[in-house]
Ligand binder design. Structure first.
Ligand SMILES: Nc1ncnc2c1ncn2[C@@H]1O[C@H](COP(=O)(O)OP(=O)(O)OP(=O)(O)O)[C@@H](O)[C@H]1O
Ligand SMILES: [Mg+2]
Length: 497
């Protein structure tokens, strides 16, 4: 057979996203003999070096990606570990008339939190009480209806951007106008009314729970302007890594999560296998599978986030894709021996991957942060997964300092009021020291830094604020966690102003 004829017959895979995180999937697709058509808006994306066809196109631009798919006629279109491309892949696959591993309608439910909640509710999957707010009035009404602590988050973002805890109890205590005075839209920053009875500004001494600011912060992170208000679920948090094959969810791993203390919720460590008891894990698996079926995932990986409440496991959210934070690319294979990234590429080609575990070991990832947030004790699961205490208010964190400008809060940013130290502004990394010996230690799989000296830092309010990570393994999850914490303690981050 002539070479050109071989090329003619080579199958083509269009992969949406060419960042470094995508490289393992790209390599797997090449290994399977596919010609690779890579799509990314960043022409310098690391994965492009492996592409047969390089397309500098946004993976969120559904129409343009479809137009390119018509030109290149891929046999398979697959996605990355982020939500936008999941929608684009579903859009393109549906338009090309391919078999529906995830229909476009279901992809919307898998990626837009408001639609997801509606679908899960419709299907009777355990979830918290929630409201969808298109404007401040709806938001305010939702907070009043929930009547307790609630989570406010953008309907369509990720990485915990714009996710924040609102404690209306504290709010009422702290704001002026609680004695029957309505709290309205004319509220100035930090909840101080434009025309308070006393002309004096009010100084709020506690971490401010500032309804108006919270709304604008979260809404500023919502691409579609919609905000979710949800009952705050208490309890340990886990994620469930799943491969759905012909509609049947196969649970590969349950991962314990360690999150920053409220008001922000950023993942600081993950560990596998879960240390929750077998009965709880079974319940978690059942609820996760129910959620995956409700969304209508046919043949794809799924990443389901769950809080284990007193009423049982309830869904935080789910994704019809591989989980990020190195959970699927590193922790699952290190802990179980299953190549989850490879399995998902194989599944996309129509083959059935082998999901038999090779072993059962502990694997953990700890994220390096500038804030030294507590992540809980590793000694015992009930402690390790305890809800962290709210951070102490320290000097510079007072809610209203009297010299802040009046006017409407800039959307998407929180004022000093919300756990943000005033002195954080202008902070940069002076040095990150990782002793060489750490890399050599048994059980240390990887130490990686995302930031360098001179880069600005702030507190840890979203995943983007993390500085790097350490991946460790051990015979047990306890050992992997213990080693990770020890390594983390020896990495020094110096900050200068
Ligand atoms: N209703 C809730 N009750 C309790 N905690 C919640 C709730 N909703 C969200 N959280 C917390 O906030 C975190 C981020 O929320 P969510 O996963 O919905 O947003 P996200 O931006 O998609 O985050 P990520 O991409 O990091 O998963 C959750 O992992 C959880 O710790
Ligand atoms: Mg999430």
């Amino acid at each position: 057979m002539e070479k050109s004829e071989v090329e003619e017959k080579q199958k083509k895979m269009m992969i949406l996203g060419a960042s470094a995180l995508q490289v393992p999937a790209i390599k797997k697709a090449k290994e399977l003999g596919y010609q690779i058509i890579l799509v990314d808006y960043d022409e310098n994306a690391a994965g492009f070096a492996l592409a047969d066809v390089k397309l500098v196109v946004s993976t969120l631009d559904q129409e343009e990606v479809y137009r390119q798919a018509l030109i290149y006629q891929p046999d398979v279109v697959i996605t990355s570990t982020s939500d936008g491309p999941v929608r684009t892949a579903a859009f393109v696959n549906e338009k090309l008339g391919k078999k529906p591993d995830l229909s476009y309608e279901n992809a919307l439910c898998a990626t837009i939190k408001s639609k997801m909640r509606d679908r899960l509710k419709e299907c009777g999957v355990p979830i918290p009480e929630y409201y969808v707010a298109e404007d401040y009035e709806e938001f305010s009404e939702a907070v009043d209806r929930l009547g307790g602590d609630c989570i406010v988050k953008p309907a369509d973002n990720a990485g915990s951007r714009g996710v924040v805890l609102l404690e209306p109890g504290n709010f009422d205590l702290m704001l002026p106008g609680v004695n029957g005075e309505p709290e309205g839209r004319d509220t100035a920053p930090c909840g101080v009314k434009n025309e308070p009875q006393s002309r004096d500004r009010i100084r709020i001494e506690k971490p401010g729970i500032l309804k108006n600011d919270v709304y604008h912060y979260s809404r500023g992170n919502a691409r579609n302007g919609t905000v979710m208000v949800e009952e705050y679920m208490h309890g340990p948090e886990v994620s469930v890594e799943i491969m759905v094959i012909d509609g049947e969810p196969h649970i590969l791993a349950i991962t314990d999560k360690y999150i920053t203390p409220p008001p922000y919720f950023v993942e600081l460590a993950h560990c596998e296998p879960s240390r929750l008891d077998a009965g709880t894990q079974e319940e978690i698996g059942r609820v996760a599978a129910q959620a995956v079926r409700a969304i209508g995932i046919e043949n794809a990986p799924a990443h389901v986030e769950i809080k284990v409440t007193e009423e049982g496991p309830k869904i935080v959210e789910l994704a019809a894709r591989l989980g990020g934070d190195f959970i699927t690319s590193r922790l699952v294979p290190l802990s179980t021996g299953i190549d989850m990234v490879g399995a998902s590429v194989l599944l996309a080609t129509g083959e059935k991957p082998d999901l038999t575990p090779g072993w059962n070991r502990g694997a953990a990832i700890h994220f390096i942060s500038a804030g030294n947030e507590p992540i809980g004790s590793e000694a015992d699961i009930s402690q390790a997964l305890r809800e962290p205490e709210a951070p102490e208010l320290t000097e510079g964190m007072s809610a209203f300092t009297g010299n802040e400008p009046d006017g409407v809060m800039e959307e998407g940013r929180m004022p000093a009021a919300y756990g943000q130290r005033g002195e954080e502004q202008g902070r940069v990394i002076a040095r990150i020291t990782v002793p060489d010996a750490l890399y050599e230690q048994e059980g240390v799989e990887e130490i990686s830094l995302y930031k360098k000296p001179g880069d600005p830092v702030q507190g840890t309010r979203s995943s983007n604020d993390r500085l790097g990570h350490v991946i460790t393994t051990g015979e047990t999850p306890e050992q992997a966690m213990e080693l990770g914490k020890r390594i983390l303690a020896q990495i020094h981050v110096e900050i200068s102003y």
